[in-house]
Design a protein around this ligand. Sequence first.
Ligand SMILES: Nc1nc2c(ncn2[C@@H]2O[C@H](COP(=O)(O)OP(=O)(O)O)[C@@H](O)[C@H]2O)c(=O)[nH]1
Ligand SMILES: [Mg+2]
Length: 278
Amino acid sequence: MGLFGKFIAKIKGTAHASVADWDELEASLLEADLGPHLSAEVVRAARSAKAENAEEAILNTLRLALSKKSRALIRASEGTTAVLVVGVNGTGKTTSAAKLAASLSTQDSRVLLAAADTFRAAAVDQLQTWGERLDIDVIHGAPNADPASVAFDAAQQGLARNMDYLVIDTAGRLHNKNDLMAELGKVRRVIEKVMPVQEVLLVVDATTGQNALAQAKVFAESVEVTGLILTKLDGSARGGIALAIEQSLDIPIKFIGTGESATDFAPFEPEIYIQGLL
Ligand SMILES: Nc1nc2c(ncn2[C@@H]2O[C@H](COP(=O)(O)OP(=O)(O)O)[C@@H](O)[C@H]2O)c(=O)[nH]1
Ligand SMILES: [Mg+2]
């Protein structure tokens, strides 16, 4: 991204950066979706440092914005680890659920997928197609089945079949927000009749910028979000939203999506990410 590269080169070459230089830095931070709060903080830190320390001051401010919480996927101490994947339609939930399942199964874990987005028939087909491609079983219900019953069935099968992980895809839109949050709550409760839900991963699309932060706030208020999957970081020069979300909600980004295929998925590495911004 090279967000700060040009700016740092410039202030290193002159004793004083001009007001226009600082404005330019702040504008490029905003453009990269760091948000007004963090953008102002970065500029303040850089301004109060000596020219030769400005880079370090910027780096430190960015590092401080990151969540200190663990980014590792929580594993149940015994039995099946249930991972609920939630988020708005189109952010990449189904794709991310499949990618996560693929990455866990290449680490020698036994993984089961559940298609609990029964609101749209296409969503079930989409996950089943992934399942066939990845050779991972997908639990689904009859068309328009109750998502909670699909999730319950999947949890029971996960346990009975001695699976290491159960990854549950959910709906992103119902008639209204309250319906959706109520449904997610119900899905969670029925799974917990069988096993604890270790992770609720919220999927957000990096290309939607500040909207992603707004969505994260809504979900975090209603369901207990334990981590984020930030998708579509390919083709987006606006990855700064990662920092804005972590700073504002203190929810760690656990994985990133960088494309449409199964392997375009990786654990989030904050230091690599920050160096990328620079
Ligand atoms: N470029 C890119 N596309 C993605 C990524 N993740 C998902 N997609 C695409 O985004 C679209 C919506 O994804 P989907 O998983 O159906 O979203 P859902 O409605 O939240 O389940 C699909 O065309 C995916 O292939 C990503 O990391 N990068
Ligand atoms: Mg979907």
